[in-house]
Write a protein that binds this ligand. Sequence first.
Ligand SMILES: O=C1O[C@H](COP(=O)(O)O)[C@@H](O)[C@H](O)[C@H]1O
Length: 247
Amino acid sequence: MSDVERRVRPDKATLANAVAERFLAVVTEAVEKRGVAHVVLTGGSMGTAFLEALGRSPNEVPWASLHLWWGDERFLPEGDGERNVTQARNALLDNLTVAPAGVHVMAASDGAAAGDVAAGASAYAAELDEAFGDALLQGEVPAFDVVMLGMGPDTHVASLFPGHEQTRAHAVSVASVTNSPKPPPERITMTFPTLNSAREVWLMVAGEDKRDAVRAASGSDDRVAHPACGVHGQVATVWWLDEAAAG
Ligand SMILES: O=C1O[C@H](COP(=O)(O)O)[C@@H](O)[C@H](O)[C@H]1O
């Protein structure tokens, strides 16, 4: 487990550009070394800002060797504007001229899971299992090259909310949520062991409204109370902050 490194940029736009630049370097190196890259995207304000920044030079990204996963999803109908994947499609994916090697979307409420959020979580766990096998939960090999996360003002990451049972999950790679304090109540989320199976974990946070959360999570080692402090890459853990969030 790696120590946290903080990288601070003046503002959100500069931060998104810096993350996009580093992302390009990381996936390019992964594809050169291993022939494939697996990345976990996030929704939310910084996730979208990052994708928009990446979209300014999309042709540099080795899309044909890139698998895209999501750390969490809102369990809503396909195409709903609140779904993380819809936001990613609008921000970048729909404009690509080269299809990614894999786009691994979490279940929609009106899809095969038929309104059953637990079934949606199980389906994603099965998809991960097919790609990575047991290694994922056992942390034997880094599964993902990079996991990208935003953070809420309550220090939640993905859909792991303070005090919620999903923060204690260790035997499942993906969990369902039925009582999210942030709408919508039903969500699907990767658990800590899955997020932490990455080579690099990046937490991307911008804005003064997140400053207290950054401070609280930085000073904590209780991932149930402050989920953001519980995500660590096997090689690197980077907190990408703008000055307003860093304080
Ligand atoms: O609900 C969610 O919130 C977090 C943070 O979003 P933000 O808009 O406050 O930056 C996000 O990372 C997560 O993926 C999303 O489902």
